[in-house]
Design a protein around this ligand. Structure first.
Ligand code: HEM
Length: 231
């Protein structure tokens, strides 16, 4: 029987590092992008780092630990919608990793941020013409204009998505009394919040740090070559 103080490891180190680095880098990108001028160099570097992290997380979703895998938390639209029904009930299904709705949101967030970064690669400062994304000179001007407009507009969509994400986490904390933030920091979740009463702890498989490092290095190399392709 799951005791109140029993905890199990649900999130591996790579997923936790990915999450909090993404938060820091997105804040860095946002403020450096708004500041413009000399801050644009930082904006570029933080964008490249975000791209590396996102590519890493996508690959980790296929080869990583059990709870990191897309197959673990992508259960289809029906399961996600059923979960919305449980959201406003105090008692609801417990989940070892992401719940079906949260899992769908994770994928939306990852690809929404990816769209922002990819657009940034082709964007340019149309006011001065002095600051170009690394691939801006590789495509026709009309695509640079489109990428620039998209990059400037899509950030608003990202801000809304992040607000919804944080609101959902806060709703869990305040209404359901499920602290999801602690596990994203320590990796460990209370067993009685992960499995139904009386159920045993699930068997989770954790991928090696060496694999994580290899995937990360491969993703960083890919980003390096993409940036270098711009000359
Ligand atoms: C730029 C802002 C943020 C972005 C882009 C973001 C994105 C994400 C992503 C992609 C995941 C999935 C993690 C994975 O499986 O790899 C996630 C999970 C999570 N995030 Fe955030 N996040 C942001 C801010 C925050 C903040 C400020 C908090 C804390 C209040 C937070 C709390 C969480 C929690 C608790 C989870 C795990 C949810 C669960 O247990 O299913 N996030 N976030």
């Amino acid at each position: 029987m799951a005791g109140k103080n029993d905890k199990i490891l649900v999130w591996d180190v790579p997923v936790r590092l990915f999450h909090w680095l993404l938060v820091i880098l997105m804040a860095t990108s946002y403020f450096s992008g708004r500041a413009k001028g000399d801050w644009m160099q930082l904006h570029f570097w933080s964008g490249y780092a975000i791209l590396t992290l996102l590519l890493f997380r996508i690959v980790w979703g296929f080869v990583g630990s059990s709870t990191a895998r897309f197959s673990h938390f992508l259960k289809g639209p029906a399961a996600a919608l059923t979960h919305v029904g449980h959201l406003f009930r105090k008692e609801g299904p417990r989940d070892v990793g992401h719940n079906p709705m949260g899992g769908a949101m994770v994928v939306v967030l990852i690809f929404a941020v990816l769209a922002q970064v990819v657009a940034g690669l082709f964007a340019a400062d149309t006011d001065t013409g002095m600051v170009n994304g690394p691939l801006a000179l590789k495509v026709a001007d009309k695509w640079v204009d489109r990428a620039t407009a998209f990059h400037a507009w899509w950030i608003n969509v990202l801000l809304i998505l992040v607000a919804v994400h944080v609101a959902a986490v806060a709703l869990y904390l305040v209404w359901k009394r499920h602290n999801l933030i602690g596990p994203m920091i320590t990796g460990r979740k209370r067993l009685d919040q992960a499995v139904e009463p009386g159920e045993p702890a699930p068997r989770l498989r954790f991928a090696s740090g060496r694999l994580a490092m290899s995937v990360l290095l491969a993703c960083a190399a890919l980003v390096y070559f993409i940036v270098r392709a711009g000359g």
